[in-house]
Design a protein around this ligand. Structure first.
Ligand SMILES: NC(=O)c1ccc[n+]([C@@H]2O[C@H](COP(=O)([O-])OP(=O)(O)OC[C@H]3O[C@@H](n4cnc5c(N)ncnc54)[C@H](OP(=O)(O)O)[C@@H]3O)[C@@H](O)[C@H]2O)c1
Length: 389
């Protein structure tokens, strides 16, 4: 395989937040994509066209030219017939982000049974190269420095979602042990909007918290006291801990760069933030953006379950906050940094201005409520595991 030689990828999850960006980046590099979408092909194709127009990278020309083909399918038991010829590799980006098991059996149904079906499909069609999107939080409660390796023995998990993604990694690791097969695993932490445009179609975690702060401001604002509102609330957490938030375009760019460089295949990549903003920096950003002051850091044990009215607006609703407040692992990025160097990719620094731009984009869409699209109204509770503080 030559660098950037056009190949055919069978991709799942292209309508997802990250999937749209991976699709954009690979199509722009001349790659042929066969995207498996849920629902009848015409409907699914129209949905993807609408979404990619919203993000500013319409796919219509690629559909017309045949560089992008839509096929219908769903995990675990509706995988498509392979009617498009040879598949060079699979990009598995579909997942259920459901934190705890629901009545349809997700997240395990999509993330574990789905991956098993995908591996069987690969075997049935002679595909030996797999690119799989996982999560940094397959590390569960493991602490210290988390290496770009499979986590054994099984860690303790905070959510079913994390466990399901770990189980999927184990299935794929087993599959890749057979000679001739190559598995590359991408583990993002918490994804946020595009670092250049602010675009997001997912409003969980980072945005969910900002929306709660905006509600707090509205409830306590008193026009007689000027634009700044004093709310003496305790913030559970340590000011110096860092938040592992990653712009979605960085994650997709790295995935595309690695996919196009076979010498980087067969490894695990932490697509995490090498120097995420501290809780203290985020506090100052929230205060400036929303016009607030008076918050201070406190021991989570003193706050959670013993909240004042103002505090409960934030921490009761944001009830999955606690684990990530007390659990802030360091993600080793050795493999990712090698790939960043080879592809001359820099991590987009999360300056206050950039975070304001991300907030502006989301606020203009009423934090995900404005357009009423499937993704936005159904914003899941979290994506990378649990919501970040
Ligand atoms: N977002 C984050 O912060 C984050 C962080 C770490 C890791 N990740 C990982 O990144 C990947 C992409 O996540 P995302 O944020 O893009 O998620 P997302 O926006 O919820 O998109 C999920 C995608 O998977 C598809 N899908 C869900 N269930 C399916 C099923 N049973 N069969 C076929 N397709 C199915 C969805 O299709 P529909 O459009 O039909 O629903 C959608 O295209 C996932 O592997 C996730 O675990 C995400």
């Amino acid at each position: 395989m030559r660098l950037h030689q056009p190949q055919t990828f069978f991709m799942t999850g292209a309508t997802g937040f990250l999937g749209q960006f991976i699709l954009r980046d690979l199509l722009a590099r001349g790659q042929r994509i066969v995207a498996m979408l849920r629902g009848p092909t015409a409907e699914a194709s129209a949905r993807l066209s609408r979404q990619t127009r919203d993000m500013g990278s319409p796919i219509d020309a690629f559909l017309e030219s045949g560089q992008l083909q839509i096929v219908s399918g769903a995990f675990p038991d509706q995988l498509p017939e392979c009617t498009w010829g040879r598949t060079d590799a699979i990009i598995n980006c579909a997942a259920s982000l459901q934190l705890f098991t629901n009545s349809s059996g997700d997240p395990f149904k999509t993330n574990v049974a789905g991956v098993k079906a995908m591996l069987d499909w690969a075997d049935a069609h002679g595909v030996t190269r797999m690119h799989a999107v996982s999560t940094a939080y397959t590390c569960g409660w493991n602490s210290g420095t988390i290496l770009e390796r499979f986590h054994q023995p099984e860690p303790k998990f905070q959510t079913d979602y994390e466990k399901s993604k770990w189980m999927a990694e184990m299935l794929m690791a087993e599959w890749s042990r057979q000679a001739g097969r190559t598995l590359t695993v991408y583990r993002p932490s918490f994804l946020i909007g595009d670092s250049e445009t602010g675009y997001t179609c997912q409003f969980a975690g980072f945005y969910q918290f900002a929306r709660l702060v905006s509600v707090l401001k509205r409830q306590y604002a008193d026009p007689k006291n000027g634009s700044k509102t004093y709310i003496p609330l305790r913030i559970p957490g340590r000011p110096e801990d860092r938040q592992n938030i990653v712009p979605v375009d960085f994650a997709s760019k790295m995935i595309a760069e690695i996919i196009l460089r076979p010498q980087f295949h067969g490894r695990i990549y932490h697509l995490t933030n090498p120097h995420g903003p501290t809780n203290d920096m985020m506090k100052r950003i929230y205060e400036e953006y929303f016009g607030l002051y008076g918050g201070y850091f406190a021991d989570p044990d003193e706050v959670i379950g013993k909240c004042s009215h103002a505090e409960s607006l934030l921490w009761d609703q944001y009830n999955l906050l606690t684990p990530r407040v007390v659990h802030t692992p360091q993600f080793d990025m050795t493999h990712t940094q090698e790939a960043m160097q080879a592809s001359q990719t820099e991590f987009p620094e999360l300056t206050p201005e950039r975070i304001f731009m991300l907030f502006d984009f989301a606020a203009a869409r009423d934090w995900g409520r404005r357009t009423g699209s499937k993704k936005e109204s159904a914003a899941p509770a979290a994506c990378g595991g649990s919501p970040e503080p």
